[in-house]
Each structure stands twice: as structure tokens, then as C-alpha cells.
Design a protein around this ligand. Structure first.
Ligand SMILES: [Mn+2]
Length: 344
């Protein structure tokens, strides 16, 4: 765990970067999850309070999951599509819950962000940036931002506390997955400030009718290989569905590995989940996307994306075969026959 003094010195450094700058663009993951959203909102609040810096929050993809859309509505956010913004209007650039070159954000390659705050493994490109705070032991980027806000004495209002609490809950699955003492501390402080009724409404938010069709297809296509379940969602409108299906399948009591794939905007998206203690999903994902795409994540959950050469069935079939065999080679040691998860 990072001692509080680190946050203290980082905060001082952060202030110097902001000084005299009126505008900042905060970039999130393309398909932002609650942690991305909460971290961006917290960073905006911090920059605004400390230096009167005005922030816009942007991303590349869509906010797909019903819960995440409900969170954005509750916070009253006006999220911007990054390709529709003129980069010249911003003096500073920040990126949260992701890093330059990871493949899951749309920060233009020619822009080196001034500020990187994240909890994934620190990447080479990140080390060049002026300000970086990457704590890969932390369960959520929201926890890091919570420490900054507290250290700076910034008052955390109810919506922000609710968003930060939701971020920690969802990234750590209620502190059960890849979390540390720092996350627990933030969790318990935020719990007192957050609106629990709104939080529960967000979590049980409405979904569109397609959700059930996608869920049905995901289950029908699911195959079991010993201790692993694999499924493909095909072409999807909502990329968050991939992670959602992966979480649901990992609940199967005979499974400790899940891989879900699907296609969104000329890319194959891959989501990995595991219950195994001594294996790292973020390492396995690198083996799966090697030389074809990018990936990253945490010990028990990870994701990747592979750009498609073309949209033909042949290309997709080949890629699916490669991805499946790379996955099985790493997690299911012996070759096993596949079985459908459910009867059709
Ligand atoms: Mn996160």
C-alpha cells in the first residue's frame, strides 16, 4: 500500500502542473466503466477546486451497460466524443483508469498526456509523462482519487461520493476482488457520504430488450472445456455486454476460467475472468492477443482488443480459432472435449 505521504507529495506536484492553466481534457476508457467515470469526475472536481481549471470529460466508444448509463444520468454528465473535439482548445490533458497506448482509449497518439492516474501495470509510455500516479495494487482508480480529494481537503459531495463508492464496489466486486486496505478505507469513508438509495437504483437500472436476446445467445453459444467456459457474442452494439456475460459465467460452480469474445467497431473484444489464485489474467491476455492486438488488466480480470483486417466470416472464424487455442493452451493444460454449457 502506498503511504499517505506519497499522496501528499503527489498532490503538491499535481498542483504545480495545473497552475495557470484554464482548461483540461480528461480522457477515460473508450467504453467507460464506473471506475473510469468516477475517477474522471473526481479529477475534474480536484482540478476545478485547486486551480480553477475547467475540465471536459471525453471517451471514444459508448456507455453501454444500463448501470453505467444510469450513473452518467445521475451525475448529470455531458460526456464528449473525443473525435468531435478540437484538441487545440485544451491546455492540459489527463487520462484516468487507462494509459497511453493500451488500446482501450482514444487519446490521440500525438498527444502525450500531462497527467496519468491509473491502477493497471505501469507502461513504458506512461513513464515519459510529466505526472504519473499508477498504483497497480489498488483495486480502483477511484481509491487513488479519493485519497487526493481527502489530502487536498476538498469536500466530497453526495453524488461524487456515490460515484466513487460505486466505482470501488464494481471494480473490486464489493472488495472481494483485487482490493487492498486503501480500498477498504475509502469504501468505509465514502459509504457514510453516499446516497445508498440512488446506488441501489443505479445497480438495478433498466436494460433494453436486446439485453435478453444477447444473454440468450451468449448462453446458447457457451462451451465448456474442463474448468473453463468460452462464449462468443458475435457482432454487438454494446461492448460492455462482454464483461457482463463473463461475470455471470464465472459464477458457475465448476468453472474457474471464463473467456468471452465479441465484435464491436471493427475490433474483436476479449474479456477474461478467473478464480485461480496463482495465475494472472493480465498475463494470460497478453498471450492471447500477442502480435495481433492489445490487452491488460488485473490478476483476476483482464481484457483485450484485436483490430479486424476485414469484416469477412473467414477472418473472424480464423481469429476465433487462434484466440481459443491460445486461451486453452494457457489455462486448460490437457486437451479436453468441449461440451455445450446448456441444452439448446
Ligand atoms: Mn479501474
Amino acid at each position: 500500500m502506498t503511504p499517505p505521504s506519497q499522496t501528499e507529495s503527489k498532490l503538491a506536484q499535481f498542483k504545480t502542473i495545473l497552475e495557470g492553466h484554464k482548461t483540461m481534457l480528461v480522457v477515460m476508457q473508450d467504453n467507460p466503466d464506473p471506475d473510469s467515470i468516477a475517477a474522471a469526475v473526481a479529477l475534474r472536481k480536484l482540478a476545478n477546486t485547486l486551480a480553477n481549471t475547467q475540465c471536459s470529460i471525453a471517451h471514444g466508444g459508448t456507455v453501454g451497460r444500463g448501470e453505467n448509463r444510469a450513473l452518467v444520468r445521475y451525475l448529470g454528465l455531458n460526456l464528449r466524443q473525443i473525435d468531435q473535439l478540437d484538441m487545440k482548445q485544451f491546455e492540459l490533458f489527463a487520462i484516468v483508469d487507462t494509459q497511453p497506448g493500451t488500446g482501450n482509449n482514444s487519446m490521440p497518439v500525438e498527444i502525450e498526456p500531462d497527467i496519468v492516474i491509473d491502477h493497471h501495470i505501469c507502461r513504458k509510455m506512461t513513464r515519459h509523462c510529466r505526472f504519473t500516479d499508477v498504483r497497480n495494487k489498488y483495486g480502483a482508480t477511484a481509491t487513488i482519487l479519493y485519497e487526493y480529494l481527502t489530502e487536498a481537503g476538498v469536500q466530497i459531495d453526495v453524488p461524487l461520493a456515490t460515484a466513487l463508492l460505486y466505482a470501488i464496489r464494481s471494480d473490486t466486486q464489493d472488495l472481494g476482488r483485487d482490493s487492498t486496505k486503501a480500498d477498504m478505507e475509502a469504501f468505509s469513508q465514502l459509504y457514510q457520504l453516499a446516497n445508498k438509495r440512488v446506488l441501489s437504483e443505479i445497480q438495478r437500472g433498466k436494460v433494453s430488450r436486446d439485453y435478453y436476446q444477447m444473454m440468450a445467445d451468449a448462453l446458447k453459444n457457451a462451451q465448456v472445456f474442463a474448468n473453463a467456459i468460452v462464449t462468443n457474442l458475435g457482432q454487438i452494439e454494446n461492448p460492455d455486454m462482454i464483461a457482463e456475460v463473463a461475470d455471470i459465467l464465472l459464477r458457475d460452480d465448476q468453472t474457474n476460467w471464463v473467456m468471452v469474445t465479441g465484435y464491436f467497431k471493427h475490433k474483436m473484444i476479449v474479456s477474461l475472468r478467473t478464480y485461480e489464485e496463482n495465475v494472472r489474467a493480465d498475463k494470460i491476455i497478453h498471450g492471447i492477443v500477442a502480435r495481433k492486438g492489445t490487452g491488460g488488466g488485473h490478476p483476476s480480470y483482464a481484457g483485450g482488443q484485436i483490430p479486424l483486417k476485414d469484416n469477412t466470416k473467414r477472418t473472424k472464424d480464423r481469429l476465433e480459432k487462434t484466440v481459443l487455442s491460445r486461451f486453452l493452451k494457457q489455462v486448460v493444460k490437457d486437451s479436453v472435449p468441449k461440451q455445450p454449457l446448456i441444452q439448446k
